[in-house]
Design a protein around this ligand. Structure first.
Ligand code: AMP
Ligand code: MG
Length: 579
């Protein structure tokens, strides 16, 4: 806890919400919202308190053994840093008064140049499989946690600066981040959250005023770019690799896997702490008694199953909105099932199952759109192996968790696709043929589903008019393809007519899962181009649009357009890991 506790909230003080104008009672009631100054945030550093530390605090690149973190401090240089953009909704969850963003010292505090009172900074040690190969120690090479907050809703939030300078985990790199990648991370964190998908969040983005050299195309032509720092916020930034590193180090570190698992369950899966005997948690995996997996007898197995299911559910949601992460290495897999580490990601424009926004991955397309569900399973397999190495789970429990990943993914994916087409039951053939048609004609994944809700359940529409509601998504298709689509729409209408759901009702339901606006890479690029010229309006506008992705937003229709020709230049839709 901070030495100075926050002032008591004034009894029944009313203030207007800066966004909605709504009057709020700060002390009680539905709209009560605590608004604290930075100095009064309620710190509680459980990670540092409960887990083993690196005894050294220097930032020389090195192997850090028998420790979960190193106590280091932000060291990125700043020169007149400026606040580029911030998120009101993230401020709300950590109880930060929105007025604090106006403080002249805000860019210094949230670039790490001025230490936060009550904070306790560190970099986390983790490893990971990169592109299927064990890479050993990676760790927070440029992310520095400022500390953990406990909110008035008793939620734990870790604040972390990305691009705040070197740590022992920086290896050969500089510990910094550039404006381009920071804008992408900031906007996409908030866009993914507003789509209803679990993710780490972004509170603020500060431009440091210093230049950072990056070879964006890895072609030997480095360029100076503006440096920037995002303040990321999540309940925890623990990754699969946070556990793997200790399991891989063998005997001497196995107790750390257990400590870390205990810590994670205690703080982030508390419902598993004392799981009592319950029929719900005992499962038969085969015929005999030996095949029963009793999750109540092993909290680690119950936890692994939950991590597997959260991961499956996360990836099903990505598939639903056409999000491709780009670098699904095990160090980029959150143990809480959050989308984490935004790099060369991309939302599908034209539907293409092999879409691979990360140029580094082009030779193998390991992390392309359609592979994500299988990669999630592979990654869960690696995480489970780490727990098994530390003897926290047995083989049967491991296999069982893998099965549950598969079942959960299929259940959720089918439910999402069913809702996307507005049907009451999953129809494998109809959805399969639709996706096939979309791939053949390179149909825009976002706009198509939005338009599909305009189809009327009317069996009397003449054939030549059947495609009218979706024609804006079917560009340049020939006669043969028109016939294929007409036949699909006919079958679709036949399916719809049996449901008894009105067109109006179905449209509303479909629009609640089919976003009108997604953060297409070209939209990000336009905002980046302007920001690099010192104009942050487009970044801020894009944030506002992406905060309401399912709403029509009549003034913002241009943000639903397909990518223009310039978007196909390198560095816009196809990205490298250079950031
Ligand atoms: P990523 O591909 O962003 O998930 O990063 C993989 C690893 O490289 C992580 O350990 C990062 O902390 C580290 N890393 C990436 N960029 C930098 C950088 N500019 N400076 C130091 N470490 C970095
Ligand atoms: Mg990473």
């Amino acid at each position: 806890m901070s030495s100075e506790s926050p002032p008591p909230v004034a009894a029944a003080s009313l203030s207007a919400d800066p966004v909605t104008g709504e009057l709020q009672n700060q002390s009680s009631g539905v709209n009560s919202r605590v608004k604290l100054k930075i100095e009064h945030l309620n710190w509680d550093h459980s990670f540092v308190r409960e887990l083993p530390a690196d005894p050294l605090t220097d930032i020389v690149s090195r192997e850090v053994l028998h420790a979960c973190y190193s106590r280091v401090f932000p060291s990125a240089e700043v020169d007149n840093p400026v606040l580029v953009v911030w998120s009101q909704s993230v401020a709300d969850i950590i109880d930060l008064d929105p007025k604090e963003f106006e403080r002249p010292d805000f860019p210094y505090l949230f670039s790490g140049a001025t230490p936060l009172k009550g904070g306790l900074s560190y970099a986390q040690c983790y490893g990971g499989h990169q592109f299927g190969v064990w890479a050993d120690q990676l760790g927070d090479g440029r992310a520095i946690t400022l500390g953990e907050l406990l909110s008035s809703k008793n939620q734990r939030w870790e604040l972390q600066l990305k691009g705040a300078g070197k740590t022992p985990y920086s290896r050969f790199a500089d510990g910094l981040a550039v404006l381009r990648s920071s804008i992408r991370e900031f906007l996409c964190s908030e866009a993914i959250h507003s789509l209803g998908i679990p993710t780490t969040r972004a509170l603020s983005l500060v431009m440091t005023g210093k230049l950072v050299s990056r070879d964006m195309f890895y072609d030997g032509n480095p360029k100076d770019e503006p440096g920037a720092i995002v303040c990321r916020v999540a309940q925890s930034f623990l990754r699969f690799g946070s556990f793997q590193i200790h399991a891989k180090r063998g005997k001497e570190d196995l107790d750390i896997v257990r400590m870390l698992a205990d810590y994670t369950i205690k703080h982030h899966f508390p419902h598993l702490e004392n799981i009592s005997k319950s029929d719900d948690l005992s499962f038969s995996t085969g015929e005999g008694n030996d095949d029963v997996v009793d999750l109540t007898s092993n909290k680690y197995a119950a936890w692994l199953v939950e991590v597997a299911e959260r991961t499956a559910s996360l990836i099903a949601k990505w598939q639903g909105v056409g999000f491709t992460h780009g670098v699904l290495n095990t160090d980029n897999m959150s143990v809480l099932g959050l989308t984490i580490d935004y790099g060369p990601f991309g939302f599908l424009d034209a539907f293409d199952p092999s879409f691979t926004p990360n140029t580094t991955d082009l030779p193998g397309r390991r992390y392309c759109f359609a592979e994500q569900p299988d990669i999630g399973s592979w990654n869960i397999g690696q995480f489970a192996l780490a727990l098994s190495t530390a003897q926290l789970i047995n083989k049967k429990e491991l296999n069982y968790a893998m099965d549950r990943y598969g079942t959960k993914f299929m259940d959720e994916y089918q439910a999402i696709m069913t809702k996307k087409v507005g049907l009451p039951r999953y129809n494998k053939e109809l959805i399969g043929e639709l996706l096939n048609n979309m791939a053949v004609d390179k149909v825009d994944y976002t706009n198509f589903f939005r338009l599909l809700s305009n189809i009327k359940t009317d069996p009397n529409v003449p054939d030549k008019e059947l495609l009218v509601p979706i024609k804006a998504a079917l560009l340049d298709i020939g006669r043969e393809r028109k016939e294929a689509w007409t036949s699909w729409v006919k079958r679709y209408i036949a399916e719809l007519s049996g449901t008894g759901v009105s067109d109006v009702e179905r449209k509303a339901s479909m629009n609640s899962v089919n976003p009108k606006y997604v953060l297409r890479n070209y939209l990000c690029q336009s905002a980046i181009d302007m920001a690099e010229q010192g104009d942050f309006e487009e970044v801020r506008r894009l944030l506002k649009v992406m905060e309401r992705p399912y709403d029509e937003q009549p003034d913002m229709q241009r943000y639903a357009r397909l990518p223009p020709a310039w978007a196909y230049r390198p560095g816009v839709c196809m990205l490298s890991c250079s950031s």
